[in-house]
Design a protein around this ligand. Structure first.
Ligand SMILES: [Mg+2]
Length: 177
């Protein structure tokens, strides 16, 4: 059964542990490890029927390498990558590209959750779009203080398991409406 909630997710330090990325001489990521439990959570959400878009800054080839090699590339219904789009988050065009690829309109925004580790890119980008923003506060990298009003996440989780629980709760709340 299709879920009401639509999931947009960042990659680096949201699914992949950026500290483990191995680059080639073109600065393309060749391999990387997952945040513990993130690969399982991604697979589970996909199998439960959630529509999932990757909305990530970086090179197309890097993401292909990481997700193909781990056999998780089929978990994403859309790939939105800054190298291809031409701008990075929080640019609106990154999110607009995802709506377009998934056939979503303004009316769908209230049921889209954007998950990311970066308050300035992921959370602010989602908030400016009117999406549900979820901050995965797992990585020690980047910002940990809300420096601007629109960096304030709607929800904060610390592990992929906490994220799963939140997604299930939000979906249940939406279905009950
Ligand atoms: Mg990130």
């Amino acid at each position: 059964m299709n879920k009401k909630l639509v999931i947009f997710t960042d990659s680096g330090d949201t699914i992949i542990d950026e500290a483990t990325q191995v680059y080639d001489d073109r600065h393309i990521v060749q391999e990387a490890s997952f945040i513990p439990g993130a690969d399982r959570a991604l697979r589970q959400l996909h199998e439960e029927g959630y529509t999932i878009a990757l909305v990530a800054d970086g090179e197309w080839e890097s993401f292909q390498n990481v997700y193909r090699r781990s056999g998780l590339d089929d978990c994403f219904d859309a790939w939105v990558v800054s190298e291809v789009v031409g701008q990075q988050k929080p640019a609106a065009v990154m999110f607009e590209t995802a709506y377009e690829k998934l056939g979503l309109t303004d009316a769908d925004k209230s049921r889209i959750v954007m998950i990311g580790n970066n308050l300035k890119k992921d959370v602010a980008g989602a908030n400016r779009q009117g999406l549900i923003s979820v901050w995965l506060d797992w990585s020690p990298r980047y910002f940990h203080t809300v420096e601007e009003p629109d960096w304030q996440p709607d929800y904060t989780v610390h592990t992929p398991d906490e994220l799963l629980a939140l997604i299930h709760r939000l979906e249940a709340e939406m279905e009950a409406k």
